[in-house]
Design a protein around this ligand. Structure first.
Ligand SMILES: Nc1ncnc2c1ncn2[C@@H]1O[C@H](COP(=O)(O)OP(=O)(O)OP(=O)(O)O)[C@@H](O)[C@H]1O
Ligand SMILES: O=P(O)(O)OC[C@H]1O[C@H](OP(=O)(O)OP(=O)(O)O)[C@H](O)[C@@H]1O
Ligand SMILES: [Mg+2]
Length: 279
């Protein structure tokens, strides 16, 4: 049985559970459920606080887990990132009152409030800076106004929480984070299947299937526009002067590619979502 940690609440929880569902695994029906057994797939799920997941996986108590890269590095757990996921993207930044800071060197000797003590002290250590870290549980953006810190270091997604508090980021990003799949070791038995399924879900999110009809003489030009992963499927049509092309294309390029193919002479361009994939 592969033992998998899943965030039970917070920014990563819903997307992690949805990804597992799309990958064909059992998920909990009741939010009070802390464990879910999925014997058909040979796995067992443990719903845990996002911040604790790297600790459980690093200690070997659980085999793999869904967490954030920032939480993994902050924990200093020995768990390793095995797959970057397509949710939970954020940047970890220093921020201060608008106009007050322009460089991290100004932090020397000051107080920095954060929930990510490990990340901040690693960064300060690398830059040879000494500052005192004020460890807070959340709502860190209020710490300056309330007088317990001079600057903060926190997760920034849209930046709207900072703006509302009259704060702005300064210095280079401390970390670019996203949801990640982590493991105790890269070669945990049973991890391969989970990983392939997750990769399949990521591909299904990133790509769509595109079909179009095209004058046969234009196939090379069209294949240059939509090369696909290996090579497009080109099938004959009843009208021998035309062919049908089926190919995977990146979802975010769908409309631009349709414009380009239409201009080239393609017609009946159809786009279908991919529900699952094994590449
Ligand atoms: N807008 C966001 N707010 C908070 N975390 C985000 C956001 N976007 C992405 N994340 C990521 O989600 C993870 C933090 O998740 P979560 O909010 O559950 O933790 P937490 O803030 O420590 O917990 P809680 O708020 O329940 O005390 C981090 O990996 C973070 O980078
Ligand atoms: O850039 P934004 O889109 O505004 O998002 C970032 C904010 O969201 C998170 O807070 P959360 O809601 O998790 O509350 P917390 O501070 O209590 O953890 C994070 O700690 C920032 O405060
Ligand atoms: Mg939070």
């Amino acid at each position: 049985m592969l033992r998998i940690a899943v965030p039970n609440k917070g920014a990563l929880s819903e997307s992690s559970v949805e990804m597992l569902r799309e990958a064909g695994y059992a998920t909990r029906r009741d939010p009070k459920e802390l464990t879910v057994s999925d014997p058909r797939n040979g796995v067992e799920f443990f719903y845990l606080r996002p911040r604790d997941i790297a600790t459980y996986v690093g200690s070997g108590a659980l085999d793999v887990g869904f967490t954030g890269r920032d939480l993994l590095l902050d924990s200093r757990s020995s768990a390793v990132e095995v797959e970057a996921l397509d949710f939970g993207a954020s940047t970890f930044r220093f921020a201060g009152p608008a106009g007050a800071f322009h460089d991290v060197s100004q932090l020397e000797g000051l107080r920095i409030a954060t929930s990510y003590e490990g990340l901040v002290s690693d960064f300060l250590g690398r830059d040879g800076l000494s500052a005192s870290i004020v460890r807070l549980d959340g709502a860190v953006e209020s710490a300056i106004k309330l007088g317990v810190a001079d600057a903060i270091a926190d997760v920034v997604e849209t930046g709207s929480t900072l703006r509302k508090q009259g704060l702005e980021v300064f210095g280079p990003p401390i970390l670019e984070s996203s949801g990640v799949l982590i493991a105790a070791r890269p070669e945990v038995p049973g991890l391969d299947t989970l990983r392939r399924r997750i990769q399949g879900v990521l591909v299904a999110h990133q790509y769509v299937l595109m079909d179009y009809d095209l004058p046969a003489a234009l196939v090379d030009a069209a294949v240059a526009v939509t090369p696909g992963l290996e090579s497009p499927t080109v099938s004959p049509l009843r009208d021998r002067e035309w062919v049908a092309v089926r190919v995977m294309v990146p979802r975010r390029e769908t409309n631009a590619l349709m414009d380009e193919l239409y201009a080239l002479g393609a017609r009946a361009i159809l786009v279908t979502p991919i529900h699952a994939a094994r590449i």
